[in-house]
Design a protein around this ligand. Structure first.
Ligand SMILES: CC(C)(COP(=O)(O)OP(=O)(O)OC[C@H]1O[C@@H](n2cnc3c(N)ncnc32)[C@H](O)[C@@H]1OP(=O)(O)O)[C@@H](O)C(=O)NCCC(=O)NCCS
Length: 317
């Protein structure tokens, strides 16, 4: 008999394990889930994490929360995952019923969830529950050890000749860069505006930036790379580690409008690959909207191997 209830203090790790078994390439730790829940509360957002139990065993996890990068008071994002060996037994359906009831009670306008289009169950499961597929995304992985930086020596030289320097967050901190956090926040706020996404970006507050980005325990300060020209920060990329995987995950790569098309993003990614190699990480993963042609071109050229597309599904209330 399947029972769905809110996660309790002692089962964050088990709920993260159930979710991660269903999403092996983007696993979450109990710490990640708990941190998200705490942040959502701090920011005055509405969210909850639910678990499905079969007796004492956690066999699935569902969550609703709000997106700090595209925050609209009545719009939600969902996570849903069932242990692979327990899929197609009604567990996802039971979790969805509880999520749907909570969203209805909160007066939701819409809920969004990502699902791989090649998953045997997810697209049909969602379509039968009123979700409609929208924007497509490609995740992809780079084999760090196999990556050969040699062909890029010319790109790096050309960028250096234009006076662009590449400094990590560790370097910038060590140099005592004044107003560093505010400048990093300003750079991210600028470059994120042009990222193709399912819903228009809303401003990223300094609090959210400090807590969710700089305060992420997975942020790698030597792999948060800034391109600087004179005094100006003109581009960034960043890698995050995970407690439950040795893969590194790419945060936002972006270049300010005036500097696009000159190899700055390629150089930033080269620096982050170098940092990943120093960490001994076997893999870097990334995630881009299918219409983000420049970023996909850079990643393809660097050797990121694309997965089948993921689709952002929307359910309107
Ligand atoms: C998508 C996902 C959450 C669905 O969970 P699930 O537990 O497999 O879902 P259910 O068993 O409730 O339903 C799936 C289908 O299995 C079949 N099914 C359900 N119970 C069944 C049973 N007792 N006997 C036979 N078939 C059954 C039905 O076709 C059902 O679809 P329907 O309810 O729309 O008719 C799960 O497959 C998963 O974790 N996928 C990977 C993660 C993912 O993509 N998550 C995000 C997108 S949802």
């Amino acid at each position: 008999m399947i029972h769905v209830r809110p996660v309790s203090d002692h089962d964050w790790d088990a709920s993260a394990r159930a979710y991660s078994a269903a999403h092996p390439q983007e696993p979450l730790s109990g710490t990640d889930l708990r941190k998200r829940q705490r942040e959502q509360q701090d920011w005055g957002y509405t969210s909850a994490t639910l678990v499905a139990l079969d007796g004492p065993e956690i066999v699935g996890m569902g969550a609703y929360f709000q997106n700090p990068g595209a925050y609209y008071p009545r719009r939600y994002v969902l996570d849903l995952g069932v242990l692979p060996q327990r899929q197609r037994q009604g567990i996802g359906g039971a979790l969805w019923k509880a999520l749907d009831a909570a969203l209805t009670a909160h007066g939701a306008d819409s809920a969004r969830i990502l699902a791989r289009e090649d998953h045997p169950t997810a697209p049909g499961f969602l379509a039968r529950r009123g979700f409609v597929g929208g924007k497509r995304y490609f995740t992809g992985a780079l084999d760090v050890a196999a990556f050969d930086p040699a062909p890029y020596a010319g790109v790096l030289q050309a960028i250096a000749a234009r006076g662009v320097q590449f400094l990590s967050l560790s370097d910038l901190r060590a140099a005592g860069t004044p107003d560093l956090e505010a400048r990093l926040h300003a750079l991210m706020s600028d470059v994120r505006l042009d990222v193709p996404r399912s819903e228009p970006a809303t401003p990223l507050s300094a609090q959210v930036f400090e807590e969710a980005v700089l305060g992420d325990p997975g942020l790698l300060p030597d792999a948060y790379v800034i391109a600087r020209h004179g005094h100006d920060f003109i581009g960034q990329t960043v890698l995050f580690s995970s407690e439950v995987s040795d893969t590194l995950y790419t945060g936002l790569t972006g270049v300010t409008a005036a500097w696009r098309g000159r190899g700055v993003a390629t150089a930033l990614k080269l620096m982050s690959i170098r940092a990943a190699r120093n960490h001994g990480a076997p893999t870097i993963r990334t995630d881009n909207a299918s219409d983000n042609a420049p970023m996909l071109a850079i990643n393809d050229r660097l050797g990121f191997v694309r997965d089948p597309a993921s689709v952002s599904y929307l359910r309107v209330y």
